[in-house]
Design a protein around this ligand. Structure first.
Ligand SMILES: [Mg+2]
Ligand SMILES: [Zn+2]
Length: 211
């Protein structure tokens, strides 16, 4: 049984999922949000989902940029979303890489995707009901951690998504859906919620369908 106070969430990868994949993005002028993302996030939050961005930022371990630059990008994403009357509820990122240049970040950590560390941390800190949540990413490695925790994974074909889809024979997990982009997955996510709500709150209508 789901705990009634637990919240649903949609975990979003960042680069290639909500903004253009430019490779180690760290300058605000290189941030290009995909069209429809502001409205999509607003719809999810209006429906009661927390929106949590989870990303690997190994550029920090590689000495390409610092935590300050990552925060600047997240501030710029927030300013963009403000125009749509919405926001991201929380950002998690992994600064590590096993073969980095910066000693304090060069390690085989538990948070770098496909590992599940950041998702476990979010589950705990934000009181998330993983079984009623979704993860959206342009790589299967974005989905492996959350799917192992009971979250439903959705692959999008922006960013690396098309290449990833061509290698689907090698996938170790099964996404519940593959969509052209993140905004077009939102209707699917919300429809699922309504279906569940109908089952719980309107058994009469379900019964009538049998006649
Ligand atoms: Mg990505
Ligand atoms: Zn890490």
């Amino acid at each position: 049984m789901s705990h009634p106070l637990k919240k649903r969430a949609v975990f979003l990868d960042r680069d290639g999922t909500i903004n253009r994949e430019t490779g180690y993005l760290h300058r605000v002028e290189d941030l290009h949000m995909f069209p429809g993302v502001g409205e999509a996030i607003r719809r999810l939050r209006d429906a009661g989902y927390l929106v949590v961005v989870v990303s690997n930022q190994s550029g920090i371990a590689r000495g390409m940029f610092g935590i300050g630059e990552v925060n600047e990008i997240h501030d710029a994403i927030n300013s963009h979303l403000e125009k749509f009357g919405t926001k991201v509820d929380a950002y998690y990122f992994c600064p590590h890489h096993p073969q980095g240049k910066i000693p304090e970040y060069s390690m085989d950590c538990d948070c770098r995707k496909p590992k599940s560390g950041m998702f476990l941390q979010a589950e705990k800190e934000l009181n998330i009901d993983m079984k009623r949540s979704f993860a959206v990413g342009d790589r299967i490695r974005d989905l492996e951690g959350p799917v192992s925790l009971g979250v439903r994974g959705i692959l999008v074909l922006t960013g690396y998504g098309t290449e990833e889809f061509q290698q689907r024979e090698e996938w170790q997990i099964e996404p519940v859906g593959v969509f052209r982009d993140f905004p077009s997955s939102v209707t699917f996510i919300l429809a699922e919620k309504n279906k569940k709500a109908l089952k719980i709150f309107n058994p009469y209508r379900l019964k009538r369908r049998n006649f």
